[in-house]
Design a protein around this ligand. Sequence first.
Ligand code: SF4
Ligand code: SF4
Length: 485
Amino acid sequence: MPVNPTPPPDAPERESLKPVDWSDFRDHIATADQQGRRKWMYPRQVNGRFFRWRTWFSWLLLAIMFGGPFVTIHGNPLLLVNIPERKFVVLGQIFWPQDMIIFAVTLLVLLTGVIVFTAAFGRLWCGWACPQTVMMEMVFRKIEYFIEGDAPEQRALDAAPWHGRKIIKKAFKHAVFYALSFLVGNVLLSYIIGWQALYQIIVDPPARHLVGLGFMIGFSLLFYGIFARFREQACTFICPYGRHQSTLIDENSIIVAYDYKRGEKRGPLRQRQTFGERRYAGFGDCVACNQCVVVCPTGIDIRNGVQMECVQCTACIDACDQIMDKVGSPRGLIRYASLNGIERGEPLRLTPRLIGYIAVLTALVTLLAVMIFTRTDVEATVLRAPGSLFQQMPDGHFSNLYTLRIVNKTSRELPVELRLEQPAGKLEIMGGQLVVAPEKQSENSVLVELDRAVMLSGNTPVVIGVYQAGKKLQTLKTSFIGPRN
Ligand code: SF4
Ligand code: SF4
């Protein structure tokens, strides 16, 4: 379908419809043609120091990602986000729905951290640590190069008619892609339900885990779709972080940037021409080889400046450095730099905006640290038993009945002792000793008896101590209802 169809003669004039300027890179995206069809990206294989560093870093990240579900701290997983059962574990610490405030502050810390980090370092996260980029560029893309070859061979294979060799290569590639997607989907599932539950789904008869199997297949198909077909479109269209980068970075942010002052005016390097002669002729260091464009997985030309599609993968830095080495010019025509750094040679500056972000981040991190360090392993509440008032006992004492709820946030059994601390009286846990099972909540009835002499008219304040092995865990306050004078 044409992008700007000629309107029928009687159609009302729509001022908002502005023709696309195809010569302006900001007026269209690099991965769509003039008919709005997807342009498939064939980035050339890249090599260089940044690629090597990213490869080593990606091995570390992949080891953490795939090994994470099997690592336990005090018997708890490293990370568990069990939304169906509302159970969350971070670094071995169990967080309950009662700890939601800590989660909310943690999210604020992450959000502010992302803003500060992006304002200072641009999309460093996208290029180096985002699971999408790591899996796509360091796993799936490498497999594709291995099976189908570099970009020209891939192009030729796609253009070729379906014959034996093409069918075998494509079938093999997609089978490997699906197997890997299945693995990634299972890893994600084990971060949600735990690897033990995932193992049960695998070994039990399928009919016993239809929902779990559904998620397993659903996640596998989702990741297969993303890594086999959707690819860079996820960063351009879906990822909210990518869409917001233009609001977060400024001219002092460190980004992958082309040094236009050094590079312009572009032009091919003539044989036996020196860079001195080039400069004299009005040319810069960019020899217009286009290598920075052909390696770009998002299909953009970094020489046009900051662009929404750029995931800061550094491929263009490596490609350009190799060209600079070949033509005998210093590396770094494309490099990590701020726009002010390129324009005026300024180093990274702490702008008032960055200082403000850092101040907010520091305050939030402090608040979070206080909340985590003052967080208890046990959370108890005491409420008067619904519908109950007071009772007078045969010995003349008065009694009130309470409901005690205790949440055991640890993964061990918790024997609990209650002491009536104020006023003097008697406290009895109905049903004997109170032991709360690991990661469970208990509900017990508690009877408090007071002598008339210690009671105030109507309501008497009561203080109950919750102890474990002689150590006080929490103090509970409630009131005791008695007759009015
Ligand atoms: S412009 Fe460079 S850093 Fe940005 S996505 Fe393309 S190759 Fe990666
Ligand atoms: S790789 Fe470097 S020299 Fe070649 S076109 Fe890109 S910026 Fe210019």
